[in-house]
Design a protein around this ligand. Structure first.
Ligand code: HEM
Length: 193
């Protein structure tokens, strides 16, 4: 199954990002830092989703329910009713075909698996944070595993050649590494390296 290979070959970059996120949340002391984190996610997810989602329309039938930048925007707007402009990342992975787009989407869909853990960690750090400001990290809630299994089926059903497998894996690894660079450069108010 190509998604097993995908998991294996992206593991080091997942672990790097996970480690950074855990440190970041541990050092969180204010709602402003949480808003900052959401804005950094939005700055990467929004432009990449607008490049990548149209390219997977034929493969992912429940695409409309999977757009994550909308949830990020809602959480940010609830926390900060006066709109400010959010910087958008321009160093995005090159998404030139459907396989690469699925690789990028794998990273975003997979982020829902750790999302529940992240939501709990954030709530533990910021007392009184309302549940309706954690919509992005709560993701699909009780449907998370079902949505994840379905996404993997779509991907396995589409990828048919070695070239496509390579594009899929490179798309996912590029997404992990550019997202990590973006987050690190944006969160300058902590001691993380
Ligand atoms: C505190 C931060 C995070 C934690 C604790 C965490 C934890 C987890 C856990 C528990 C899983 C499920 C592993 C399994 O069932 O085998 C997972 C999978 C995954 N996570 Fe994370 N994660 C974090 C952050 C992220 C972020 C920020 C992203 C991407 C933006 C991400 C992408 C993925 C992907 C793609 C998978 C799927 C791996 C597979 O193919 O099964 N994670 N994560």
């Amino acid at each position: 199954m190509v998604t097993d290979r995908l998991k294996q070959e992206t593991l080091p970059l997942h672990q790097q990002l996970e480690k950074w996120m855990v440190q970041e949340i541990k050092s969180m002391q204010s709602i402003d830092q949480y808003i900052n984190l959401l804005q950094s996610f939005y700055g990467f997810y929004q432009p990449l989703e607008s490049n990548m989602l149209p390219m997977v329309e034929e493969v992912v039938p429940d695409l409309a329910e999977r757009r994550k930048s909308t949830l990020l925007q809602q959480d940010i707007d609830t926390l900060q009713p006066v709109k400010t402009s959010i910087p958008l990342c321009t160093q995005l992975p090159a998404i030139t075909n459907t396989a690469a787009a699925l690789g990028a989407m794998y990273v975003f869909e997979g982020s829902t698996l750790g999302g529940a853990i992240i939501a709990k960690m954030v709530k533990g750090k910021i007392a009184g944070l309302p549940d309706n400001t954690l919509q992005f990290f709560k993701g699909y809630g009780t449907q998370t595993m079902e949505k994840w299994e379905r996404f993997k089926q779509y991907t396995n059903g589409f990828i048919a050649s070695d070239e496509q497998s390579t594009a899929l894996i490179n798309g996912a690894n590029d997404t992990f590494s550019l997202f990590y660079q973006w987050l690190k450069n944006n969160q300058t108010d902590t001691t993380n390296e």
